[in-house]
Write a protein that binds this ligand. Structure first.
Ligand code: PBG
Length: 324
C-alpha cells in the first residue's frame, strides 16, 4: 500500500492542526513602535506607511493606552524633532520631543507596561547619520559614544525602562551600561540592536522621522551578505551587558535570527521594519495579497526562526486577531 506515510492525517481538521501547531504568536510578544512629532497639533499620516502616524503628544498617550489594552507587550518610542543640528542635541535635551513623551508615557502607563526608547542620533542630526561626523564627513565612533551615554541618562531619567541603541557604533552597549550604572540606573535595561543591516527595507522609516540622509550607512550598518559578522556583533553586545539582543530587519534575515537565537542566552527580538510593512500594505491595497494572512504568516515565520519578541507596526491589529 503506497503511500504508507501520510502526513496529511495531521492536517485533516482544524482541531488536529491546532493540536499539533509548533509555533505561536501571542500579543504579549509584540512591541509597537510609535512616532511622536514635536509641535504636531494633529496626528500626521506617513505616506509610505499607510495606517501609521506621527502622533501629537496627546494622541500618543491615548494610542499607547489603547495598545496596552489590546494586549501588546510594550512600546518602542521614536521622536521627530522640529529642529535638527550637527550633533543631534535634541536627543539629549530633557525637554526634547522624545524625552518629554517618554515622561508622558511613563506617567500614563505606570510600571506595568514595558516602555522602550530608540537611542540613536539619526532622528536628531541635520545630516541624518546615526552619529556625529569628523572633519572628513565620516561618522566618528568614539565621539558618538559620548553623546549616546548622555542620551541614555536623559532617557532613563525620563522613565524609559529599556533603551534601544540602534546606531551600530562599536562599544555602544558597554558605554551605555557603564553610564547607567554610574548614575544609579541599575534597573534600566538595554535592548541592543546588535545585528542591524544596511537595508533598503528601512526606506519608509525616513518618511516616518523626516530624516534626510546624505550618503548611506554602509560604514556602520552590516553587509546583508554576512552572518558570521552578525554573531560577532551579538557576542560583543552580550559581553557588554545587553539584556536582549535584536536582529533587524526580520523577514529577509530569518536565518540570522535563528543563528543568533542559538548563541544567545538572553531574549532575542526581531524588528519587522517599515519596508516590510509597506510591501504588504501596498500589495494588499492592490488586491494582490491577503493582508491579514500575510501579516500573520510573517509574524509566525519570525517567531519560528527564533525570535522571542517582535517589533511590528501591526502589533495592535495583530494582537486583536490573535486574541480571538
Ligand atoms: C535608527 C533606526 C532606524 C530604524 C529604527 N531605528 C533607521 C535606520 O537605521 O536607518 C528603522 C526602523 C524601520 O525601518 O521600521 N534610529
Amino acid at each position: 500500500m503506497f503511500p504508507n506515510h501520510r502526513p496529511r492525517r495531521l492536517r485533516r481538521t482544524p482541531a488536529v492542526r491546532r493540536l499539533v501547531s509548533e509555533t505561536e504568536v501571542r500579543p504579549r510578544q509584540l512591541l509597537l513602535p510609535m512616532f511622536v512629532k514635536e509641535g504636531a497639533t494633529e496626528p500626521l499620516p506617513i505616506a509610505s506607511m499607510p495606517g501609521v502616524v506621527q502622533h501629537t503628544r496627546d494622541t500618543l498617550r491615548k494610542a499607547a493606552v489603547e495598545a496596552v489594552a489590546a494586549g501588546v507587550g510594550g512600546i518602542m518610542l521614536f521622536g521627530v524633532p522640529q529642529v535638527r543640528d550637527a550633533t543631534g542635541s535634541g536627543g539629549i535635551d530633557p525637554d526634547g520631543v522624545l524625552n518629554t513623551s517618554l515622561r508622558d508615557l511613563r506617567a500614563e502607563l505606570g510600571d506595568d507596561t514595558v516602555l522602550m526608547s530608540d537611542l540613536c542620533l539619526d532622528e536628531f542630526t541635520d545630516h541624518g547619520h546615526c552619529g556625529v561626523l569628523d572633519d572628513h564627513g565620516v561618522v566618528d565612533n568614539d565621539a558618538t559614544l559620548a553623546i549616546y551615554a548622555d542620551m541614555a541618562l536623559a532617557q532613563a531619567d525620563a522613565g524609559a525602562q529599556y533603551l534601544g541603541p540602534s546606531g551600530m557604533m562599536d562599544g555602544q552597549v558597554g558605554v551605555i551600561r557603564e553610564a547607567l550604572d554610574a548614575a544609579g540606573h541599575i534597573d534600566t535595561g538595554i535592548l541592543a540592536y546588535s545585528v542591524k543591516y544596511a537595508s533598503a527595507f528601512f526606506g519608509p522609516f525616513r518618511d516616518a522621522v523626516e530624516s534626510q540622509l546624505d550618503g548611506d550607512r554602509t560604514g556602520y550598518q552590516q553587509d546583508p551578505a554576512n552572518v558570521r559578522e552578525a554573531l560577532r556583533e551579538a557576542h560583543l553586545d552580550l559581553n557588554e551587558g545587553a539584556d536582549m539582543v535584536m536582529v533587524k530587519p526580520a523577514l529577509a534575515y530569518l536565518d540570522v535570527i535563528r543563528a543568533v537565537r542559538e548563541v544567545s542566552d538572553v531574549p532575542v527580538a526581531a524588528y519587522q521594519v517599515s519596508g516590510e510593512y509597506a510591501m504588504v500594505e501596498a500589495a494588499a491595497a492592490n488586491g494582490w495579497i491577503d493582508r491579514k494572512r500575510a501579516v500573520l504568516e510573517s509574524l509566525t515565520s519570525i517567531r519560528r526562526a527564533g525570535a522571542d519578541v517582535i517589533l511590528s507596526y501591526w502589533a495592535v491589529e495583530a494582537a486583536g486577531w490573535l486574541r480571538d
